[in-house]
Ligand binder design. Sequence first.
Ligand SMILES: Nc1ncnc2c1ncn2[C@@H]1O[C@H](COP(=O)(O)OP(=O)(O)OP(=O)(O)O)[C@@H](O)[C@H]1O
Length: 270
Amino acid sequence: MTAGKYSSGLIAQNLTVHYGRNTVLDDLTTPRFPHGRICALLGPNGSGKSTLLRAMSGLLPAQGTIALDGLQLTSMRLPERSQHCLYLPQALPAPVNITALEAMLAAKRVMPNKQGQRFADAPNEEDIEVSLSLLEQFNIAHLALRKLNELSGGQRQLIGLAQALGRQPQALLLDEPLSALDLHYQYAVTKLLTQITRANNLVTVMVLHDLNIALNLCDLVCVLHEGRIIASGPPAEVLTPALLRTVYRVAARIETTADNHRFIVITGCV
Ligand SMILES: Nc1ncnc2c1ncn2[C@@H]1O[C@H](COP(=O)(O)OP(=O)(O)OP(=O)(O)O)[C@@H](O)[C@H]1O
């Protein structure tokens, strides 16, 4: 199947997901998430963000279609599908007794090789170099030989992100990738993800709760409310006081600083 100009990007159409008798997503169609842009998936607790990403990645059974550049992902088996579209869960890499570098190499090894076999190739020098270079980009090369069970939650979250990028998917679905990070790393990692998304023409969708990061550092936002997408587009157009009132039940105003940064001031709950 070809990647036609008009079908470029990642899209879910008519997606329905149930947990038992509870329908969480009902005939939902997303906007087309484009290549080379970072999109924040926003919405209150329980609005369906993780469910949407897990269904798009194939980890949850769903009715509907999910296509990347016109290629139907729904008909693929999970290992092949995750080579195209990779989901990084909210849960941090487990604190196990292997080094960060070993964890990077192990993540690469679960990818099928050219013959479609998994776990077939032993890591080579190039794999090690690529893994070290990714750890360097995340500013954690000094942790390469430290065991995961000796690292902090935030350090393991950075390793999880580096592992995901090391698998070189075309689309990355990141579930709260900044949740364990301090202020510096929240900004640094979002900036780095933006650079990598642009440089490699990836589709990147990440669940965020920090609306100021979405407002200032993301190209697009998509807002879920009670299992429906109620707005999507450039953050400054979507994140209005009216939307924040409806979706997040807060009274807020948006301020712009002299150097053109925007920030949300919450003045109360409604
Ligand atoms: N495994 C499950 N079994 C049953 N219901 C579930 C399950 N996982 C999620 N749900 C329900 O589905 C709805 C959407 O949950 P989901 O985790 O997708 O929300 P979310 O927007 O990611 O929330 P949060 O911001 O709190 O992580 C919620 O009502 C939740 O209770």
